[in-house]
Design a protein around this ligand. Sequence first.
Ligand SMILES: Nc1ncnc2c1ncn2[C@@H]1O[C@H](COP(=O)(O)OP(=O)(O)O)[C@@H](O)[C@H]1O
Ligand SMILES: [Mg+2]
Length: 244
Amino acid sequence: MSLLEVRALSKRFGGLQAVSDLSLSMAEGEVLGLIGPNGAGKTTAFSLFSGFLAPDSGEIEFRGRSLVGLRPHQICHLGLTRTFQIVRPFPHLSVLENVRVGAFARTASSQTAAARARQVLHEVGLEAKADVPAGELTLAERKRLELARALATEPVLLLLDEVMAGLSAAETERIVELIRGINARGVSLLLIEHVMRAVMNLSHRIAVLNYGQLIAEGTPAQVANDPRVIEAYLGEEYAGTAPG
Ligand SMILES: Nc1ncnc2c1ncn2[C@@H]1O[C@H](COP(=O)(O)OP(=O)(O)O)[C@@H](O)[C@H]1O
Ligand SMILES: [Mg+2]
């Protein structure tokens, strides 16, 4: 059974077709990269998958069950969690308390939630900041916090929206390793990313959106050499740079 099955999904904002007849599928354990120019509809697709927006038409099945019409917390409970491109932690709550909010998706016990939050903070390397107000974190730390909040919900499929944007090369390297480790533990990943080296290295497969439409899908090498992708997004400089 496929993990995620998206069929003919569409979403319009007024006169703008943000997502157009999108079909995608993901296998259990897979890392699928979602790339494309700004405004291509990537974040909108995430919002549709995670229940923050309702599609105009189309179907989204997760582990054989339709998600259309479900609320974000219900979808999260089924095991599909997303991060937000614009990270907005509760600034006055501590880092630990922010992560505990995620952990409450799985337990009503605040002790269990706190224990789970500590474990996740350790995993993302933020344990030293557990008691700091989230508003005091650097951008790189806020990105880790966003990841920690999502991990605390114990996802089966995690949707990551530009978690590397704005990070230094060293910080990017660390988050790539972190993401690799999350996938190695069995969590499937769908990642929107503009950092090409990272997305090409992490992804088993890549899907390319342009003006809401899927214009290419394949291995990183196939996509990096696809003339439509080069024209719409990558430019000549990326052609042939993907690993096999
Ligand atoms: N809530 C919204 N209302 C109206 N237009 C929107 C809304 N969200 C996104 N859009 C528009 O939809 C298009 C796709 O946006 P988005 O999904 O954020 O693209 P991406 O994440 O690929 O950069 C853009 O033209 C954007 O301006
Ligand atoms: Mg976006």
